[in-house]
Write a protein that binds this ligand. Structure first.
Ligand SMILES: Cc1cc2nc3c(=O)[nH]c(=O)nc-3n(C[C@H](O)[C@H](O)[C@H](O)COP(=O)(O)O)c2cc1C
Length: 368
């Protein structure tokens, strides 16, 4: 921690130490898809974009979602891939830049599943895949994945984890949130399978469990595995995987046993209690249930919520500091605030809050 951190924000600038990961402070850059990687290859501009966050004291950068080695893993030709020599070389350069600036970085491993539209680049001929061939609205689009195909996808995640370690990343984050492939297995509405990857809530965690186990096999016991999950889906902000803390426990226990080190609990407003009768948010409950370190997220420093994509005013950090100080969660991920201002963390650290700018939706189209 630098010496002159204002008392009011000190909890954010304490070191973080877990068995697997050490960070200079509690800030995490939330994963944010940018679409600035032509041909799926992160170029020098992308490397410089991440480097700017490292130079400005972000504790851990989680990259935008990047496609695992499967033809239908992403939608869009400028979404970065995490397979193939060229894309991996691009990522290796990103890691080098971030490390040179003193930062740490994890790739977010992603497969979009049934949210993919027919004909989407980079592989227009590849059909969307999902547990039961259903899109997020429950409409049948194509055939369910066979058990063997599901097992192949597990191995594609494992291969990506192996690449991440080999090219020097500090951790991986598995994207199990927001209604994409892994979440489509979790969610009753999109998973109607009768093999071991379906059934009750615990059965529906099996795909993620096998992914975590296979990634662990590839990266060994000491490499941090972060797992991101959410209740909300891209098409339904009110969706719920679990209604009670008991159900949350059933959901989380298999993932802990499989080897998750840190849970990243994605909510759109960090201050909202998850279940009645307690002020704890989703991250707070996850920490209480699992004893694992957790990342909270959602409208930090802003007074408007993610996905409205409108410009948004800044807001006070007092409520966040209170929760952090109380140990409700360990780390905080910052999305839009860091999208439009690479120096957001440093400004807060140096007491320059008056220099924090409202979120301007123009930032979505630029690499600030
Ligand atoms: C432009 C943009 C792209 C995003 N892409 C991803 C993504 O690739 N993976 C992911 O898990 N979340 C993604 N998110 C969600 C953010 O990680 C974060 O959870 C959300 O923006 C809430 O944080 P905020 O209120 O601080 O912006 C994205 C958000 C934005 C604004």
């Amino acid at each position: 921690m630098t010496n002159n951190v204002p008392t009011s924000v000190q909890p954010l600038f304490e070191k973080f130490n877990s068995d697997q990961l050490e960070l200079a402070n509690r800030t995490v850059m939330a994963p944010m898809t940018r679409g600035f990687s032509p041909g799926g290859v992160p170029n020098e501009e992308v490397a410089a974009y991440y480097r700017r966050r490292a130079e400005n004291h972000v504790g851990l950068i989680v990259t935008e979602g990047t496609g695992i080695g499967h033809p239908a893993s992403v939608s869009g030709e400028n979404i970065p891939l995490f397979y193939g020599e060229e894309a991996l070389q691009g990522w290796e350069n990103v890691v080098k830049e971030v490390h040179e600036a003193g930062g740490k970085i994890a790739p977010q491993l992603w497969h979009v599943g049934m949210t993919r539209n027919e004909g989407d680049l980079p592989n227009p001929e590849a059909a969307a895949v999902g547990p039961s061939g259903l899109n997020l609205d429950g409409e049948k689009i194509n055939e369910p994945l066979t058990t063997e195909e599901v097992e192949d996808l597990v191995e594609a995640y494992a291969a990506a984890a192996g690449h991440a370690k080999r090219i020097g990343f500090d951790a991986i984050e598995i994207h199990g949130a927001h209604g994409y492939l892994i979440d489509q297995f979790f969610w009753e509405q999109t998973n109607k399978r009768s093999d071991r990857f379906g059934g009750d809530l615990v059965g529906r965690t099996q795909f993620a469990v096998e992914i975590v186990e296979a990634c662990r096999r590839e990266v060994g016991p000491d490499f941090p595995i972060i797992f991101r999950f959410s209740q909300w889906k891209m098409n339904d902000f009110q969706a719920k995987l679990v209604e009670t803390s008991e159900e949350l426990e059933q959901f989380l226990n298999p993932l802990v046993e499989a080897g998750v080190d840190i849970f990243h609990c994605s909510t759109r407003r960090f201050w909202e209690p998850e279940f009645e009768g307690s002020d704890l948010n989703l991250a707070g409950w996850t920490k209480k249930i699992t004893g694992k370190p957790v990342i909270s997220v959602g409208s930090i420093g802003l007074d408007g919520v993610f996905t409205s994509f409108t410009s948004t005013e800044t807001s006070s950090l007092d409520g966040l500091m209170e929760k952090l100080k109380n140990g409700e969660f360990d780390l905080v991920a910052i999305g839009r605030s860091l999208l439009h201002d690479p120096a957001w963390v440093k400004k807060v650290e140096e007491g320059r809050s008056d220099e924090l700018k409202p979120f301007d939706k123009e930032a979505l189209g630029k690499l600030y």
